[in-house]
Design a protein around this ligand. Structure first.
Ligand code: NAG
Ligand code: NAG
Length: 494
């Protein structure tokens, strides 16, 4: 049996969808799918900034530390977490339901020495994450911080950390230099980070990630990773059995080289500062412990998946939904201890994804269909008759080698009627695979039995035919050009 963990919803502060939400094409698209589909594309890409400074001393993709903070400080952070959680929830939600985060400047006139536990922790973590001259080399000017208090098996949806205000209001993607997580409890699902970033707000690079890190909660562990990487929390892999009431509490600090903007990220008000100061008397004195507290870098344990699909059984996969609504099936060795920090390499069929869920009535997928001139590849099915995972096991490995050549979708009939009509597919044809090249309105629908080999064959034929057509056009163009040149030569000769 496959573990199913639909990861939904935004990550709260610093979370939210990974995609920059450029106003979705309206419902109208449903009725005009056929028309739009032939009008090439209406894509809008956005600028992406952030991550470590490429010209400075490089920082590894993922790093971990044990004993990150003095033990006395951890108890105080736990109290800050509960206060923060209360404040955030009573403060009212921002656009798209995101929770606010807090800005703490590290340089300039606005800088204040640490006043309470969270700020003391930030000062410790700054030295841990940016030893030597790295802080200056990477231009870090401030910290964005917040807490997450979650249940033992709660998900945090996959997202990119970004300036949420800039994403909502200016349609740009601005990432921190580094994102970090400090675990205050031993409980909960692991943080899963992919070596995958957004190129333009629409497409991710690589389309299907090959490397990632999985970090299980462990009190006083601190991890950091490049601020432009896709990540989330996988509740179904929780290390806490049912009945455990302890919650997953984390302290999040992101390091920025530009100021994260209000209203999503704000300095605390005077009153809020007073409340934190009241509960964390004594924290400031801990600054002096800096000299003799001992954080340890801790190497990530390397884990590599099997090469062959045949060596992977169903129950070694877990399923998450990445952005944008992309079901992804990920191999994991469930025998490994659930308090470790791992770097994972997924080979062959160990990570199956790169395919979005098409829904013409809701969500960002309509806009996505028309966001690129790439041909579209669809798996059409009927959820009342077909088990999607059984189809995906045949479909996803077959399309994986073509992930960069197509924009790929799974398409449930009730949500994709207009697309089916456009392609001339009726209910009796399901399940089937279809390709629509929206630039020249070239359509193809697979016929016959649904198998991995047939899907592979169908795609290979389409690509071969298509590239030979393009070559023919190219040869024709070349011929015409040569003839034009000849004409020109003639004139010149005369
Ligand atoms: C991470 O991904 C980037 C971009 O896809 C790639 O250039 C880089 O080599 C990857 N890093 C590792 C350690 O695999
Ligand atoms: C899974 O982990 C266990 C425990 O470390 C190990 O003995 C086993 O070989 C691993 N299996 C795979 C397929 O990596």
């Amino acid at each position: 049996m496959m573990m199913n963990s639909r990861v939904g919803g935004g990550g709260g502060g610093g979370g939210g969808g990974g995609r920059v939400r450029v106003s979705a094409l309206p419902l109208l698209a449903v009725v005009v799918f056929a028309v739009l589909a032939t009008v090439a594309w209406v894509g809008d890409s956005v600028s992406v900034t952030g991550g470590p400074n490429p010209d400075a001393t490089p920082i590894p993709l993922f790093q971990a530390y044990t004993n990150a903070l003095p033990e006395d400080l951890l108890d105080m952070l736990m109290e800050d977490a509960l206060l923060y959680d209360k404040m955030a929830k009573s403060g009212g939600n921002l656009k798209f339901g995101k929770l606010p985060t807090t800005w703490y400047p590290l340089v300039g006139d606005d800088y204040r020495p640490p006043r309470f536990a969270s700020e003391v922790a930030i000062s410790f973590l700054r030295d841990l994450d940016f030893p030597g001259d790295l802080l200056h080399e990477h231009g870090v000017i401030g910290a964005e911080w917040w807490y997450q208090v979650r249940d033992r098996d709660e998900n945090i949806g996959f997202h990119f950390d970004k300036d949420e205000a800039v994403a909502s209001l200016e349609m740009r993607l601005s990432h921190p230099v580094l994102s970090t997580v400090t675990y205050l409890s031993n409980t909960g699902g692991p943080t899963l980070i992919f070596n995958q970033s957004s190129i333009d707000g629409n497409d991710n690079q690589p389309t299907i990630p090959e490397l990632g890190a999985l970090s299980f909660p462990a009190r006083n562990k601190h991890i950091n990773f490049h601020g432009n990487l896709l990540h989330g929390v996988v509740g179904s892999l929780t290390n806490a059995p049912q009945g455990v009431t302890q919650r997953r509490v984390t302290f999040l600090v992101n390091w920025w080289s530009v100021k994260a903007q209000p209203p999503n990220c704000q300095p605390l008000s005077r009153d809020q500062i007073r409340q934190f100061e009241e509960i964390s008397r004594g924290a400031v004195a801990l600054i002096d412990q800096k000299a003799f507290h001992s954080a340890h870098p801790s190497a990530l344990v390397d884990v590599t998946s099997p090469d062959e699909a045949a060596q992977i059984s169903d129950d070694e996969y877990f399923t998450v939904t990445l952005t944008p609504e992309e079901r992804t099936h990920i191999w994991w060795n469930h025998s490994l201890p659930s308090d470790g920090t791992y770097q994972i390499r997924w080979k062959g069929d160990a990570l199956l994804g790169g395919v979005s869920v098409l829904d013409l009535y809701e969500g960002p997928s309509v806009r996505r269909v028309f966001s690129t001139p790439k041909p579209k590849l669809f798996l059409f099915y009927d959820e009342n008759k077909h088990n999607l995972w059984e189809l995906e096991k045949l479909f996803l490995p077959a399309v994986k080698p073509h992930a960069d050549a197509f924009l790929m979708f799974t398409a449930e009939r009730k949500k994709t009627k207009d697309a089916m009509n456009t392609l001339g597919i009726v209910d009796g044809d399901l399940p089937t695979v279809a390709i629509h090249d929206t630039t020249d309105d070239n359509k193809a629908v697979m016929t016959g039995i649904f198998s991995r080999a047939r899907v592979e064959d169908f795609i290979a034929r389409f690509r071969k035919q298509h590239s030979s057509e393009q070559q023919q056009e190219q040869t024709q163009d070349d011929q015409e050009e040569k003839e034009e040149e000849k004409e020109e030569d003639k004139y010149q000769d005369e």
